[in-house]
Design a protein around this ligand. Structure first.
Ligand code: SAH
Ligand code: F3S
Length: 444
């Protein structure tokens, strides 16, 4: 009966993979019939926190949040608190030591165990922990998220073996594991038959995708892209995140074979200085990065590139920083993410002498972000009067027959149109820029 369902509330921090994981948790718990999601924390009996540890203050943030939830628990002893995600995977029992009132700790690879852990906790009334690396198991034992607006995300791989010196991901997500090639294609085919038009492939390093089946057949990321592009009803393909270490020619070649892969690529460079890249243990040079872009531009002259940057890495001099500014101009990066370097516990970089003071780091970040903003504006100006393909997602304003959709490089466009355009890719001339979106006119 509906009234007897326990209400759960979930809070998510971090990347798109965490978002996807949380959607999976929601669907899996709801399928269980005993649980139902609430968006109101005050009426929930189960509080779930899906954490992220990529940058600083992850721990402080976690214990602050838990402190707030502890107060709720004081008023209602039946409240169950569960902590999952990257901080939970890394810290495990340490969380329980500091916050004894936490009931369940689950990891990035054990989220499918949550329903069972909840049951067990309700019966045994003691804290439980499972942060094992049961890679890929979660994909079989969970209910996939539902997607609206014709766009679906799908994780194709998990984890990372690259061990960049600053990064916590290999320790929290485990080694690279790729999902079986044909089951991915089947899943995408089903999504396509259910109306999905755009697929976003997810993973810490999507281009490291490598699946070897029982008969020793090997499948690569390039082959996966190509096979997805052959699914007729799928009209657009995106992926995030790919890395420059393995952006091989076979992947670039696929851009030649299909125009379903968007004219936009997120390829994190991190720094414009070869010296800093070496310290970061990023095994490419600036000229190698430039080569990748050059080859891509031969096929797609207008492709737009975005990136992630870390400023203030230990040893970064003003000259190194200026090299980063230079490469930003040279590549003409579009909207990018930039962060001040944050030492992550247990990573090799955290042992390097951090000789850049905080003021300098903040100043460099400010300069870099200003520069990026200028370039975002450059691309924003450049698309005015151009023709763009947009996937129409829904009505923006039904009465006024205004539709909303996105361009290949993620710009939101609003235009006058008809209901039957929803779910289709249409050609639009961009006419002007408003605050957070563009206006366009349909080109029949
Ligand atoms: N696989 C991707 C990166 C995933 S991590 C790649 O190869 O680039 C997401 C982003 O978080 C990174 O690109 C980096 O810019 C940022 N990041 C990771 N660790 C960080 C740290 N210790 N300090 C600051 N930023 C960090
Ligand atoms: Fe992190 Fe480097 Fe892997 S940034 S996710 S260790 S490629």
């Amino acid at each position: 009966m509906k009234e007897n369902k326990k209400k759960f509330y979930i809070k998510t921090w971090g990347c798109q993979i965490n978002e996807y994981d949380s959607l999976t948790i929601i669907n899996t718990l709801q399928q269980n019939k005993k649980y139902t999601e609430t968006k109101n924390v005050l009426e929930a009996e189960i509080l779930i926190l899906n954490t992220c540890s990529i940058r600083e203050k992850a721990h402080e943030k976690l214990f602050h949040q838990l402190g707030r939830w502890k107060d709720l628990k004081k008023n209602n002893k039946n409240i169950i608190i569960a902590v999952g995600g990257c901080v939970a995977t890394q810290e495990g029992n340490n969380i329980l030591k500091r916050a004894k009132f936490v009931d369940i700790i689950f990891g990035t690879q054990t989220l499918h165990k949550l329903p069972h852990m909840l049951e067990k906790h309700i019966i045994k009334q003691k804290s439980l922990i499972n942060i094992n690396f049961l890679q890929l198991e979660k994909f079989q034992d969970t209910i996939k998220p539902k997607f609206t607006n014709y766009i679906a995300s799908i994780p194709i791989m998990e984890g990372c073996n690259k061990y960049c010196s600053f990064c916590i991901v290999p320790y929290t997500r485990g080694r690279e594991m790729s999902r079986p090639f044909y089951s991915l294609l089947t899943e995408i085919n089903t999504l396509a038959n259910n109306g999905i038009k755009e697929i976003q492939l997810l993973g810490q390093n999507v281009n490291s995708y490598k699946y070897i089946d029982k008969n020793k057949n090997k499948y690569t990321f390039a082959e996966l892209l190509h096979s997805i592009s052959l699914i007729k009803k799928i009209k657009r393909i995106r992926f995030i995140t790919s890395n420059p270490m393995q952006f091989t020619d076979d992947i670039i070649h696929i851009y030649n074979k299909t125009n379903k892969i968007v004219n936009f690529l997120h390829l994190p460079i991190q720094s414009g200085s070869n010296k800093i890249l070496k310290l970061m243990k990023r095994p490419y040079s600036i000229s190698e990065y430039e080569q990748i872009i050059k080859k891509l531009k031969k096929i797609r002259p207008n492709i737009q590139i975005s990136s992630d940057f870390i400023v203030g890495f230990p040893g970064e001099t003003e000259d190194d920083f200026q090299d980063t500014i230079k490469i930003i101009s040279k590549i003409k990066f579009d909207m990018s993410y930039s962060f001040i370097y944050s030492p992550r516990p247990g990573t090799p970089a955290s042992k390097l002498k951090d000789n850049v003071d905080l003021e300098t780091k903040k100043y460099r970040l400010q300069i870099l972000q200003k520069k990026i903003k200028k370039q975002t504006n450059y691309w924003n100006t450049k698309i005015i009067n151009s023709n763009q393909k947009i996937l129409v997602e829904k009505f923006f304003n039904k009465k006024k027959l205004e539709l909303i959709g996105k361009t290949e490089n993620n710009r939101t466009v609003i235009l006058q149109g008809q209901k039957n355009m929803i779910g289709k890719i249409i050609k639009v001339q961009i006419t002007k820029k408003k605050k957070n979106f563009f206006k366009g006119i349909y080109i029949p």
